[in-house]
Each structure stands twice: as structure tokens, then as C-alpha cells.
Design a protein around this ligand. Structure first.
Ligand SMILES: [Zn+2]
Length: 360
């Protein structure tokens, strides 16, 4: 029997039974290998995006080394707020450096395939200009952190008439002379012109936890429409109607105290604290079944953050209900889970003390 089968193998003659066994073996091997192959494909896609971000990070530092003010970049690619896309914003800064080769500025797997501000270009400069800009490489689907594009809010100091521990130092508040919604998104209301290397190197916050750039979210995250945010809109807290961005004249003493004392867990209108509104970032990648986002940090590393509840956003700690258990509408966040924990990402307001004498 054995000899007969061996001779059939050598002669290339197989019975139906032989073929069925062979087919079953192949299926078994494929079933065993499938999770591994899928995992490898996921990792390859995530790695390609991470390599993009690392390359961009290297150019940020190159820009800082050649810029008189040590700026990593000069703002966000936003036609209305920052200017023409081939002159203003981090994309223009990097393309102008003329690196060879220019790192890929787009994540190939993000369904948010471009920035919403291209609609502004079409409206202000025409469709042909928008098309040419994209052809010349002024195109991305990565969204800047508010720190990268705006660095810090404009701060004014009022005389402090109270008797607390800030007496004689004055009380800082958000000085926002330009009318815009949200106020801190406008460069005229910030110290901006882009984050400086000097401010990072002298900050009380580790560069390893300062976010610079991440996978974009579509502005309507649920619809996965292609238009994405140019930058995150800045500090905000939760009020009865949902997320409320930091308004002009907002007092910031409590914020400074909370950041110094490391108790910036959440931000509500009741406690007067602020966290970064990070809804401009999405989680387009999949890793072990979780939606994840790649984030370039200020130390040049790329970190992976998980959208644990699959609501399409990365929550820095905003609550979705008030202290009485009443749901707060319109935050977009599904629950109170902090997916961007303070240990891994700083989402406060101040990389530098707002106090003239320094309290950090
Ligand atoms: Zn990506």
C-alpha cells in the first residue's frame, strides 16, 4: 500500500482522497497563519505612518536650527488663519527646506485624505491653485497640536488684590484681542508663530510627552468625510452644553496651580480648568483589534495611542457627565475614560509659566 502510494506521488497521479487531504492541510495552515499575516500587514501600515512622522520630526528640528527664533515651524497650514499654504504653516516650512527626499507628508491609510482648509483655498484662490498646491507637495492629512502651531495663549497680568499666595505677582488671564471662534485657534491671540525649541528645552514639561503632530480626524468624524482639521482648536472645558473653548479674559491662575501641582485630571466650567481639545486627531489604524493613532512627540519619538471606546476621538480626560451623573451633550466623547493620560501626553495649557516671576 505504502509503495503503491509513493509510486503514485512520483508519477504525479493523485486520487481524490489525496487531493482532499492536501486541500485540508493547506486550509489548516492558512487558518493558522492568517492572524499572523494580518498582524504583519497591520504593523507594516502603522510603521509606514510612523516613519512619515519621524521624518517630519527630523525636519522640525532642522527648521528650528536654522530659524532665528528656534521655531520648529511657523504655524499651521490654514489658508484663513495663517496664510497661503505655500508660504505659511508647517507644510510650507518643510517643503521650503528642500530636503532630499521630502518625507511623505500624508498617511496613505487615513480616510481623512486632506485638510478642510483646501476648501478655503478654492474659495479664495481658485480650484486651479488648490490643485497646483497639492501637486507641488503642499498637502497633508496630519493635524498639528495646538502647541506646535500656537505654542501658548497671549497672557496679560492684572494686579492681584487678593491675599493669596500670588499676592503682588498679579493674576494671569487670557488676553485675546482678535475676535475668532474658538479664540485660542487664532494666531493673533497666541504667543505663536510656532513652537520654539527654546521653550521646549526650558519647560517644566518633558519633551517626551509634548505632542506635535498626529493622524487627522475628519471634521465630521462619524461620517469619515475626507476633510480634516489643520490644527487642534486649543484649551477647552466641559459646560452644560458640551465642550466650551477658552474665552477671552478667562482667568488662568487655577490652571497654573493645577499644572504645577499635577492635578489636571479633568476640566469643567465648575473647576475652571482647561484641557486641550484633541478632537482634531483620529485613530485610523488598527492594532490587535483596537483603533489607534500615531502621534509625533517633541523628543522626536512616535507614540501609539488607542481609541479604547471606539468613539472616533482620543479623550484627554474630558468628562461626559456632570457630578450628578447627568449626561453632558455634544462633547463627542462616549465616556470619561482618559485615552491620553497625563503620564504619556501633556494636555494642559502652559509649557512655560504665565507668571513673570515664575512659579514652576
Ligand atoms: Zn497614519
Amino acid at each position: 500500500m505504502q509503495d503503491e502510494r509513493s509510486s503514485r506521488w512520483t508519477r504525479g497521479q493523485f486520487s481524490r482522497r489525496d487531493l482532499a487531504i492536501l486541500f485540508a492541510c493547506l486550509c489548516f495552515i492558512l487558518v493558522i497563519l492568517a492572524p499572523y499575516l494580518l498582524r504583519q500587514r497591520e504593523l507594516a501600515r502603522i510603521n509606514a505612518c510612523q516613519n512619515n512622522l519621524r521624518g517630519i520630526g527630523e525636519l522640525f528640528f532642522e527648521h528650528a536650527n536654522t530659524d532665528p527664533n528656534s521655531r520648529l515651524c511657523i504655524g499651521a497650514p490654514h489658508r484663513v488663519l495663517d496664510g497661503p499654504l505655500d508660504q505659511a504653516g508647517w507644510v510650507a516650512d518643510l517643503v521650503t527646506l528642500q530636503p532630499n527626499p521630502l518625507p511623505t507628508l500624508k498617511c496613505a491609510l487615513n480616510p481623512a485624505t486632506g485638510l478642510q482648509t483646501y476648501n478655503d483655498v478654492v474659495r479664495l484662490d481658485g480650484a486651479n491653485t488648490a490643485k497646483r498646491l497639492r501637486q507641488r507637495g503642499f498637502d497633508t492629512n496630519y493635524t498639528a497640536s495646538w502647541f506646535l502651531a500656537r505654542m501658548a495663549p497671549r497672557i496679560a497680568i492684572t494686579p492681584d488684590t487678593t491675599t493669596d499666595d500670588w499676592a503682588n505677582d498679579g493674576v494671569p488671564y487670557f488676553d485675546a484681542p482678535v475676535t475668532h471662534s474658538p479664540p485660542a485657534m487664532h494666531p493673533g491671540n497666541c504667543r505663536g508663530g510656532g513652537l520654539t525649541l527654546k521653550s521646549l528645552e526650558t519647560s517644566h514639561v518633558s519633551m517626551a510627552v509634548v505632542p506635535l503632530l498626529a493622524d487627522s480626524n475628519a471634521i465630521n468624524a462619524k461620517s469619515m468625510a475626507e476633510a480634516a482639521w489643520s490644527l487642534n482648536p486649543g484649551p477647552a472645558n466641559v459646560g452644560p452644553t458640551g465642550i466650551v473653548h477658552m474665552r477671552a479674559d478667562a482667568p488662568l491662575k487655577a490652571q497654573s496651580d493645577a499644572e504645577v501641582q499635577g492635578r489636571l485630571a479633568t476640566a469643567t466650567q465648575k473647576n475652571g480648568l482647561f484641557l486641550q481639545d484633541t478632537r482634531g486627531w483620529g485613530a485610523p489604524h488598527v492594532d490587535r483589534g483596537d483603533r489607534v493613532a500615531n502621534v509625533l512627540m517633541a523628543d522626536g519619538s512616535v507614540q501609539v495611542f488607542r481609541d479604547a471606546n471606539c468613539d472616533g476621538f482620543l479623550n484627554p480626560g474630558f468628562i461626559t457627565e456632570d457630578g450628578d451623573g447627568t449626561n453632558v451633550p455634544n462633547t463627542g466623547f462616549q465616556d470619561n475614560a482618559a485615552e491620553l493620560s497625563p503620564a504619556h501626553m501633556f494636555n494642559g495649557v502652559f509649557l512655560q509659566s504665565p507668571q513673570p516671576k515664575g512659579h514652576f
